[in-house]
Design a protein around this ligand. Structure first.
Ligand SMILES: [Fe+2]
Length: 187
């Protein structure tokens, strides 16, 4: 890992350059992943307020950057102990890097063809703990859930092709095979 400082401004410059050069999601994720890891470990951007999370939502969403058209959105998300987010997609590509603590991620496959409104059938693909500096990357349509199984607040750095409240993305209930809109409260 380089010891040269890597700031949020540097990261945003790189996001702009990479997405100007290609619109291939695999290529975008491949190039942004190591930079997100670098920013996650640099922590020069991290402030005390980023640990804030309301008990109602169970996690706190803090916007670090977005472009005027809501693209290239960067958030730090804080997760309260024993809380998490249900299975969801993002409506865009996503690169998540662990910052503090380990977060349990479960990845899902979608089994139905998406033709029925409010219906979705999921199966579990795999699960893993994403610790500091580790990546979770998803193309558009990728589904995961996140849970903080630790007894301390965890933090992760999330970068999306577009601000997730502007992508018409969904949350899923695998018990009832239903889906609905997923809008988050941003601190
Ligand atoms: Fe997510």
């Amino acid at each position: 890992m380089s010891e040269v400082a890597y700031s949020l401004d540097d990261y945003v410059d790189d996001l702009r350059r990479i997405t100007r050069e290609t619109d291939d999601e695999d290529e975008i994720i491949k190039q942004i992943g190591p930079l997100a890891q670098r920013l996650a470990l640099d922590k020069s951007w991290l402030e005390e307020k980023h640990y804030d999370a309301g008990p109602e939502q169970g996690f706190g969403v803090h916007l670090l950057h977005e472009e005027p058209d809501h693209t290239l959105a960067v958030f730090v998300v804080s997760w309260l102990p024993s809380r998490g987010a249900p299975p969801h997609d993002h409506g865009t590509w996503a690169v998540v890097a662990g910052v503090v603590g380990a977060e349990r991620n479960v990845r899902y496959n979608r089994l139905d063809n998406g033709s029925r409104t409010d219906y979705a059938e999921l199966s579990t693909k795999h699960d893993f703990d994403a610790a500091e500096g580790e990546l979770i990357c998803m193309r558009t349509g990728g589904i995961h859930s996140v849970h903080n199984n630790t007894d301390k607040i965890t933090l992760s750095l999330h970068t999306y092709g577009k601000h997730i409240n502007h992508t018409n993305r969904s949350q899923f209930d695998p018990e009832t095979n239903t889906k609905k809109d997923f809008i988050v409260k941003v601190e």
